[in-house]
Design a protein around this ligand. Structure first.
Ligand code: SF4
Length: 238
């Protein structure tokens, strides 16, 4: 599964000019999870990541590239305790899975559904508002949670714990970006590209016929190495 590798390479390139803080996953330092959706009222919030119309981008990429070997959180920009008002924000996830065979139906379905993990993570005092159409993930951060020491590190660990419950996922890299100078517009383009790849993959898994001449997904296959090969292999053509 190397379909998302060009997006991953682009993202890494765009972040190269910034110095991250990096934390290896520690299951003893996971931020408490509410277990279900929790409301943080505006009056109880210290600020919003992506509030006041600021960028708030989210996307998830999957790879089988063994370059990713550990589980870690990376932060480019200020920590939650250092932020004093609404801030730009991005949360980017890179997942390494085991190698998938072309007939590995269940594993492919798992890849397709990996991004839904975000609907099963509920860090206390960290309320998401997700808008899938424009790839936004806005977060309201509670004053009480900040007083208790919430951090990107501990919230990221909560995500990693949830991802690692999926036996197809070997490693997770959770990237948070809050640096005002970061290239959020480029991230938004990457988010759209990952959504296009996942949508195409979904159609292929659903058994769509291989007629490239009349296929509306052709621009994606022209751009993403391996997509056309995957469809033809799965449909038994060469
Ligand atoms: S391989 Fe051809 S038919 Fe299949 S999704 Fe790509 S463009 Fe469409």
């Amino acid at each position: 599964m190397r379909l998302y590798d060009s997006v991953i390479a682009d993202t890494k390139k765009q972040l190269k000019a910034f110095a991250p803080k990096v934390w290896s996953y520690d299951e003893n330092k996971v931020w408490p999870d509410a277990g279900e959706s929790e409301l943080v009222l505006k009056r109880d919030a210290a600020y919003e990541l992506g509030g006041s119309g600021l960028p708030a981008v989210n996307f998830t990429c999957v790879t089988t590239d063994a370059v990713l070997t550990g589980n870690q959180v990376m932060l480019y920009g200020p920590e939650l305790r250092e932020i004093k008002g609404d801030s730009p924000y991005a949360r980017i996830v890179i997942l390494r899975t085991r190698e998938l065979g072309k007939d590995d139906e269940e594993a492919y379905k798992a890849v397709r559904n990996m991004e839904f993990v975000k609907y099963h993570v509920f860090p206390k005092g960290y309320m998401f508002r997700i808008s899938s159409g424009d790839f936004r993930e806005q977060v309201r951060v509670g004053k009480t949670a900040l007083r208790r020491g919430i951090s990107f590190r501990s919230v990221g660990f909560d995500f990693i714990r949830q991802y690692l419950k999926n036996p197809n996922i070997l490693n997770v890299e959770l990237i948070f970006v809050t640096d005002p100078q970061a290239p959020y517009e480029s991230f938004k383009k990457s988010a759209k590209k990952t959504a296009d790849i996942t949508r195409t993959l979904t159609h292929i898994l659903d058994g769509m016929p291989t007629d490239c001449r009349s296929c509306s997904l052709k621009p994606v296959c022209d751009e993403v190495e391996g997509m056309r090969k995957l469809h033809f292999e799965r449909s038994g053509r060469r």
